[in-house]
Design a protein around this ligand. Sequence first.
Ligand SMILES: Cc1cc2nc3c(=O)[nH]c(=O)nc-3n(C[C@H](O)[C@H](O)[C@H](O)COP(=O)(O)OP(=O)(O)OC[C@H]3O[C@@H](n4cnc5c(N)ncnc54)[C@H](O)[C@@H]3O)c2cc1C
Length: 544
Amino acid sequence: MEAFDYVIVGAGSAGSVLASRLSEDPGTTVALLEAGPRDWHPFIHIPAGFIKTFKNRRINWCYDMEPSEGTAGRRVFAPRGKTLGGSSSINGHIYNRGQRMDFDNWAQRGNRGWGYADVLPYFRRMERRLGGDDTFRGRDGAMEVSDIPWRHPLCDAFIEGAVQHGIPRNPDYNGTTQEGVNYAQRTIGNGRRVSAATAFLKPAMKRPNLRVITHAHATGLILEGKRALGVRYAMGGRGGPAREVRARREVILSGGTYNSPQLLQLSGIGPASLIGDLGIPVVHELAGVGENLRDHYAPRFTARVKNIATINERARGWRLGLEVADWVFRRKGILGLSPTLVYCFWRSDPGIADCDMQMTFTPASYKEGVQGQLEDEPGMTVAPWQQRPESVGWVRARSADPFAAPIIQPNYLAEAEDQRVLLAGMRLARKLIHSAPLAPYLAYEAYPGADVQTDDEFLAVARERGTTTFHPAGTCRMGPASDPAAVVDDQLSVHGMEGLRVIDASIMPMMISANLNASALMIGEKGADLLRGRPAPDAAVLPR
Ligand SMILES: Cc1cc2nc3c(=O)[nH]c(=O)nc-3n(C[C@H](O)[C@H](O)[C@H](O)COP(=O)(O)OP(=O)(O)OC[C@H]3O[C@@H](n4cnc5c(N)ncnc54)[C@H](O)[C@@H]3O)c2cc1C
C-alpha cells in the first residue's frame, strides 16, 4: 500500500489550496484523491461555459435534494463540481468574502483564531487584486480577482435605480463594508476562469512530493480504533478496482458540504442511530455529522426588455458566432462574463446592524423552470436572497453504498425569520425593476408578474420557483467540545478522533453573508497552516 504524510480527499476549493500549501515543503509527501477527472473540459475555462457545466454529469455530481414544504414539495437541483478545482471549476465566479461580523460570530462561538482580524491575513495572502484598500485586499496571491471590463446600460440603470432608492454605490464590497450596489468582482483572469485548480493546484502538480489521483472515489476511511490510518477508494467509481492509500500523519476530508459528512457516516463516525440504520458498526458517535446544513435560497424575477439588446439575443445564431470570435481572439465579449453582473447588499429593516439581503442583477433571463437555459426574448433578471438563513437541514448517507447520492434535506424557509427577510428582498426586487432609470427599458414584469401582490402570494412564488444559489455549508460544524453538535474543533480536527480533519465549507458553524468560494479557499489556506504547525499570521488591525 502506498503511504504519504497526508492524504486529502477532494480537490475542490479548499482541498486544492491545501495540497498546494502542504507540498510547498519538499520534505512532506501529499496524496490528493479526486473522484472526478482532470479539468480538461473546455467549458470549465470559458466563463460563460457555466451554463454548459451546470448539468454535465462527467464533471458535476448533479444531486437532487429532498422535497420539503419550503419548496412546495419540489426537489431542488444541487450541482457540485466533480473535477480538479471542485465547485470552483463550475461556479458563477463571484468573489465575495462576507462581513466582519460573520467571522467574529464564529470566534464568539468558541472558535479561537477564526475572527475576522484573524482570517483576513489568509484572505489577503491568497488574493491578487488591483484596487481597493491595502488593509483588506491582497496584491500578490495566486487567486486573481478582477472587475468586469464590460458595461451594459441595463446594469448601469439598475445600479442608478438602487442608488435613487437610497442604497449607496460601494466601490469595494470586500473592503470596509459590504453594504451597497456595484458591478461584481470575479475570479476571472484574462477572460478565463480562475479556479482553485488553475490558481493553486496546477502549479504545484509538478512537485515530486505531490501525487494527484483523479477518478479516485473515496469509499471509506481506514481506521484503527479512533485513529485514521488512510483511505479506501475505487478507481473510476462503482465497479472500479479497490485501492488503499495510507497516511503517515493525517487524513483530511475536503469533499465539500454534502460529501464530507457522508464519508464520515459511511466510516462509522456520526449519529449512532443513523449509522446503525445503515448497518455500519459505530466507531465514534458524533451527533452533529451531517446536521446544521445551511444554504441560500432565491426566487428570480424576470422582466421583458425593450429598446435594447440583452445577453439572451447575443447568445444565439450569428451574433453568438461574433461573440465566440471575440472571446477566441481578444478574450472579450459575453463569453468572458460571469452569469450575474451586479451585486446589491441591503437591509430588510433599517434596525439591522449589517445588510441581511443579497440581490443579483443580470441583463439576461433564464427559461422559467428550466435552469441554465437562456430565454429567446430580451430579458433581465433580479434574484434576492437572505444572507444568513436560520433554517437548518441535514445530509445523511442513503445507504452503506458509497456510490449512492446522499440524502439532502435543506429545509428552506422553515423559519419565520427566513420568510420575513426573503419577502423584504422580493419586494425590494420588484421596486428596483420598476425604478425610474430602468423605465425606458422595461416592457413588463414577466415573472412572477403583476398579479402577485400579497405576502402569501410572494411566499407561494418563492416556494414554487426558488432555487439554491449553490452555497451549502455547516454539516461538519466547527465548535468547542462543549458544543454537542460540533464535529471539528478550531484546529479542524474531528472531535474524539486522531489523525483526522475536515477542511472545506462544511466546517462553517453559521452561514456567512456571502457566496462561499472565497471563504472555502481561506479555510484551505488556514487549514494548511494548522497542519504545518505554523504560527498564525499577525491579526489584522481593523478600523473601528
Ligand atoms: C453551480 C455553482 C455556482 C456557484 N457560484 C458561486 C459563485 O459565483 N461564487 C462563490 O463564491 N461561490 C459559488 N459557488 C459555491 C462555491 O464554489 C463552493 O461553496 C466552494 O467551491 C466549496 O468548496 P469546498 O472545498 O467546500 O468543496 P468543493 O469545491 O465542492 O470540492 C469538493 C471536492 O471533493 C470531491 N469529492 C467529493 N467526494 C469525494 C469522494 N468520495 N472521493 C473523492 N473526491 C470527492 C469533489 O468531486 C470535489 O472536487 C457555486 C457553486 C456551484 C456548484
